[in-house]
Design a protein around this ligand. Structure first.
Ligand SMILES: [Zn+2]
Length: 232
């Protein structure tokens, strides 16, 4: 069984919203994942959207010591090494994104890098040329940083439609990481990976339920992501 858990930021101080997970809570989550890895036949991937510096400060050590094989970070390419001024909640939650050097270090430690576009715009509202440029330029810039191919893509807000999917395929992406239970459009020649979003309110039992695909967790995630749609 394949399971993918998706995080955003990590850090000690509480913030406005639920996207920042406390490092001790994160460590507990990864302990649960390690237990699943050693006791059940499960293939766990951990991903991080937006590429905040908190990944380097807190998640790096914990994950490098864990049994999680696939760890993927999806930077917003125009904001590498900069503050999160793209975020509408920036004045409440000011954070730095990973720098080029930090991304290179993660890659040298076995982490993967994928695109989360250049600017974090909702792609469904852009025209085809704008979508293509978000996808192509972010891919090229990341490939230049890591000196390797970038074939994974996570659309902002976890949503993809048929148009964005076709363009992603045509510019060379092989795997698309979306949010579970969002309008999924399937395609033969591209792999869609459905992810569970993890929030600061999630405790060990929520992680177990998410890995076990519980209906209640699905409902909760759908509700939270419907709030995201309002703010985007
Ligand atoms: Zn994002």
């Amino acid at each position: 069984m394949k399971v993918c858990l998706n995080y955003h930021n990590l850090g000690y101080n509480p913030q406005f919203g639920i996207n920042k997970v406390h490092p001790i809570i994160f460590k507990n989550h990864i302990d649960i994942c390690n237990d699943f890895n050693s006791n059940k036949n499960i293939d766990l991937t951990i991903t991080f959207d937006d590429a905040y510096e908190g990944i380097f400060t807190f998640a790096r050590k914990i994950l490098n010591k864990s049994s999680i094989k696939r760890k993927i970070v999806f930077p917003i390419v125009d904001y590498i090494g900069k503050n999160n001024t793209w975020d509408s909640a920036f004045y409440l939650n000011k954070y730095k994104h990973l720098s080029r050097d930090q991304i290179k270090i993660l890659v040298s430690e076995g982490w993967e890098i994928g695109s989360h576009t250049c600017t974090h715009k909702y792609l469904g509202r852009l025209n085809n040329d704008e979508i293509r440029s978000e996808l192509v330029i972010s891919k090229q810039k990341l490939e230049e940083i890591i000196n390797n191919k970038v074939t994974s893509f996570a659309p902002p807000y976890g949503i993809i439609d048929k148009r964005v999917l076709e363009i992603s395929k045509s510019v060379g992406y092989k795997e698309i990481f979306i949010q579970k239970n969002k309008n999924v459009v399937y395609s033969d020649s591209i792999l869609l990976v459905e992810r569970n979003n993890i929030y600061s309110i999630d405790r060990n039992k929520n992680i177990i339920n998410k890995i076990n695909n519980s209906r209640l967790e699905k409902k909760k995630e759908n509700f939270i992501s419907s709030l995201n749609v309002i703010t985007r």
